[in-house]
Design a protein around this ligand. Structure first.
Ligand SMILES: [Zn+2]
Length: 539
């Protein structure tokens, strides 16, 4: 393994390239909050977008100016000058020059095919566009990074021309040239060879960077291999957000560099913020965090099966590739049909419940889990329901409210509109509450009515949000009479948890999952102690 000559610069483009992901819609204030949080992670550069392209980015840069970003430098993004223009009368270069961000990242063509077919200029004019733009921004006092668009395709087609484009930027004063795999098609062995060549041609004169997309599933691998061959800058996004299949995921690149390649790109303390940062960004982007995401996913260090769990207990390195705490994550033990007594005992220990070495309790719980799984319950993704099961077995409080009845009316009208209305009657500490709510479906109406009914006693219920709701048919050959399993993911903005319900009626299954989700959230808020004592006596 080649040790890179310079420290590796981490370049985050979540707020620019990451926003190209389909359906992404983030407000200016949310972008500002994300920038502050990503800077706190210790990345060296954050690319914030192009203020000349839309008023939102303009507003973003204006607001961000007043925030403390520590040692992180902001980059503003734009293009090389337009064809047939001079740099002095190119309005978008002027916008880049006028922005307060110290770094200007300019993207330009390097691929013959694009230069001629897309841009419609002759190859020499393209070289002038690159060098004059870089030179102009340098003279305006900017640190300039040149993004060589489609570099790997360009190199494959015309290696000499693509290298001339990089040289044009470097000779004009670019601090870094970034090799972009814009189509995301490259494979690690190709990247290795190309980066080696670029390093031998330009490595002495400027920093070489890598910007990978994940269309071939190799974005992280390509980024790591590029650094291995001498690249000293990696561009990526938090959670790998980006158009199509996404950009290279910084949440995997950072620990890959630091823990596996020994490259000190962020401090130990900052790397422990990785999991929280990943979830914070997902939350603001209104996307469910991917539980299977490497390093930071909820299941990244999940163990199932008695033997695995027993082995991890003895020595975590048997089934964990790193210590999860290093990236701010924690191990999880999944409870499933495969689970043995060791799994249950470890769960008990992790949860810090008394009687944790009680063999009888572990055996009783295992039996309950197996019985429940036999009829369709599934606790792997339903840690909340499992913990409630455990609390019930331990004789701890589980029921915060008692259902008397609910009724749901679904009405389809002539004009096609469908209305759902739920009425619920519940008892909290002996007091009866009756509420009615409308929703955009029967479960939504029921959820709203339940919340209204209990919120006077449990105002914290407002902080618990339903993040994901999914229904699965268990015995498909029975058609509409089949048993259904409902999984609900909920969050209070800091933590998330899953609950499960099973029934022949989808509303019944949903109700169970809903009750578990809300009860668990409220119990957790109260520290799992006797909640009743903390509730006020009446209004
Ligand atoms: Zn890109």
């Amino acid at each position: 393994m080649v040790t890179p000559a310079r420290p590796v610069l981490l370049y985050d483009t979540t707020l620019r390239d990451g926003m190209q992901r389909e359906g992404m819609s983030v407000s200016v204030d949310e972008k500002v909050r994300m920038a502050v949080r990503i800077a706190d992670l210790g990345v060296h550069v954050i690319e914030g977008g192009f203020p000349g392209s839309n008023p939102k980015d303009e507003d973003f840069f204006r607001k961000l100016q007043h925030e403390d970003l520590g040692r992180t430098a902001m980059a503003v993004f734009g293009m090389t000058r337009g064809k047939g223009r001079t740099v002095d009368n190119d309005p978008q270069l002027r916008t880049l020059a006028d922005c307060w961000a110290p770094i200007a990242a300019v993207v330009g063509k390097t691929w013959h095919l694009h230069v001629q077919k897309v841009l419609g200029v002759d190859p020499d004019e393209n070289l002038r566009m690159i060098s004059e733009s870089v030179d102009f921004l340098r003279r305006q006092g900017k640190r300039v990074f040149y993004d060589a668009e489609h570099f790997f395709d360009a190199y494959l087609a015309h290696p000499d021309y693509s290298l001339r484009c990089l040289r044009a930027a470097a000779e004009a004063g670019a601090e870094a040239v970034c090799l972009c795999d814009t189509n995301g098609a490259a494979l690690p062995m190709q990247v290795a060879g190309v980066v080696e060549r670029v390093m031998s041609e330009l490595g002495a004169s400027c920093r070489v960077g890598m910007h990978a997309h994940n269309d071939a599933g190799c974005a992280v691998a390509n980024s790591l291999v590029a650094v291995d061959r001498g690249a000293a800058m990696v561009q990526g996004t938090i959670n790998g957000y980006g158009e199509r299949c996404g950009n290279a995921d910084l949440c995997a690149i950072i620990p890959g560099l630091k823990l596996k390649m020994g490259i000190d790109c962020v401090s130990d303390k900052d790397m422990r913020k990785l999991t929280d940062t990943a979830r914070f960004v997902a939350e603001l982007c209104n996307l469910p965090p991917d539980p299977h995401q490497p390093y930071v996913g909820r299941n990244a260090f999940a163990h199932k099966g008695g033997m695995h769990v027993a082995a991890v207990e003895r020595d975590p390195s048997t089934f964990e590739h790193i210590d999860p705490a290093l990236v701010g994550n924690s191990p999880r033990v999944l409870v499933s049909e495969l689970s043995g007594r060791a799994t249950i005992k470890q769960r008990l220990r992790r949860l810090g419940y008394p009687l944790q070495e009680d063999e009888d309790l572990a055996a009783r719980l295992l039996r309950r889990v197996k019985d429940a799984e036999h009829v369709g319950y599934h606790y792997e993704a339903a840690d909340a329901s499992f913990e409630l099961l455990l609390r019930a077995e331990l004789g701890l409080k589980v029921e915060l409210f008692h259902l008397e009845a609910f009724r749901i009316i679904v009405e389809k009208r002539e004009d096609g509109a469908i209305l759902s209305e739920a009425t619920i009657k519940v008892h909290v500490n002996g007091e009866r509450f009756v509420e009615t709510a409308e929703g955009n479906g029967p479960v939504n109406a029921l959820d709203k009515a339940l919340r209204m009914a209990i919120e006077r006693r449990f105002p914290e219920v407002k902080d618990i949000h339903l993040v994901n709701y999914s229904v699965r048919i268990l015995d498909e050959d029975r058609g509409t009479a089949a048993t259904t399993r409902v999984l609900i993911d909920s969050s209070d903005g800091r933590e998330s948890w899953g609950s499960v319900g099973v029934g022949e009626n989808v509303v019944e299954a949903s109700w169970q999952a809903l009750v578990d989700s809300i009860s668990f959230g409220l119990l957790r808020r109260a520290g799992g102690d006797d909640l009743e004592a903390e509730q006020p006596e009446g209004e």
